[in-house]
Design a protein around this ligand. Sequence first.
Ligand code: FMN
Length: 381
Amino acid sequence: MKLTDCHNFQDFRKLAERKLPSPIFNYIDGAAEDETTYIRNTQSFETCDLVPNILRGVADIDTSVKVMGQNLDIPIYCSPTALQRLFHHEGENAVAAAADKNGTLFGVSSLGTVSLQEIRKQYHGPQCYQFYFHKDRGLNKAMLENAKEVGVEIMMLTVDTITGGNRERDLRTGFSIPFKLSLKGMYQFGIKPAWAINYLTHKKFSFPQLDDFVDMSDAVMSVGSYFTEMLDPDMNWDDVAEMVDFWDGEFCLKGVMSVEDAKKAVDIGCTGIVISNHGGRQLDGSRSPFDQLGEIVDAVGDQIDVIMDSGIQRGTHVIKALSMGAKAVGGGRFYLYALAAAGQAGVERALDIMRSEIERDMRLMGAKSIADLSRKNLRFR
Ligand SMILES: Cc1cc2nc3c(=O)[nH]c(=O)nc-3n(C[C@H](O)[C@H](O)[C@H](O)COP(=O)(O)O)c2cc1C
């Protein structure tokens, strides 16, 4: 199977599975506990059907959106995800370059493996920095100041990781950073030598967003202990309100699921919220963002940019979310499998396919621009 054989999400997933040692593939592919939320995230798009309009002169299609003050050429962006150089040695550089070519946003994770500075040099699109809140308030301030210096446009605070999700696939394979693999896990690395050669012959794995502030060298701190020792499970609305004031720019909360919290986000001055359940990787049994989107848009959609992620695999999923009132959508696995499959070329292909699906779907819907999409185009079953 080659990159040119990949025509959709499932094809990229298959190719990624062939390329990656299985503990790494399962880290991307897996979710929390019984993975019911993970499955529901995509299934929820099937609860409604699209009702197209005809004869609307759709030769020229405008897929652009404005979200959190940024103009994007397409309404889907690459959600921030950790550890990208583990999936392909080009890592975040590949995703940033592909996002740039497609005129869209790329979120850099706090657990990213390329520095904000390095990405900034070669990527001209708007940059979004995903932040984890530390117990040490001084550290939080220093990290925000660093992001300001780099010129980050959007601060995105993840609020659904107050503790780690129970990801049982990782428990089985022994996946952790640094690696502490089970025997079976080690064997799985042994049978993917191409991955191992690439990993070992490229720049040493590190966490540049954290390295200046936290000692993340192998012997000192694992990703697991970073979460339990450094992050603050007592984080509350007052802490975040202070952070919003300090940042004094575009600020969004990622992982809002209730109307009540969406209203509080407005009250403390956030400019955006991402309705998300972290791709089903945190609280299994939680509602899917698409199921929850309508009521949140109705409550706060005129006061704050409502975005959603989790479960998006197709252009039609994007069209349904935008028709419900989302300003834009994010996706994780749709570009991560492609990254693992073929680095930058893979992510470019995943974004190209997504763009052409969205364009085709808009034509078939009779929508010339995103503003033409509305709930009139949806019927729930
Ligand atoms: C492998 C992987 C790593 C992730 N790392 C982060 C992270 O570091 N920070 C964060 O806020 N979200 C992270 N996420 C969640 C994504 O930002 C996004 O919410 C999720 O992938 C959306 O679901 P989808 O994969 O179904 O599109 C990660 C997701 C995956 C699959």
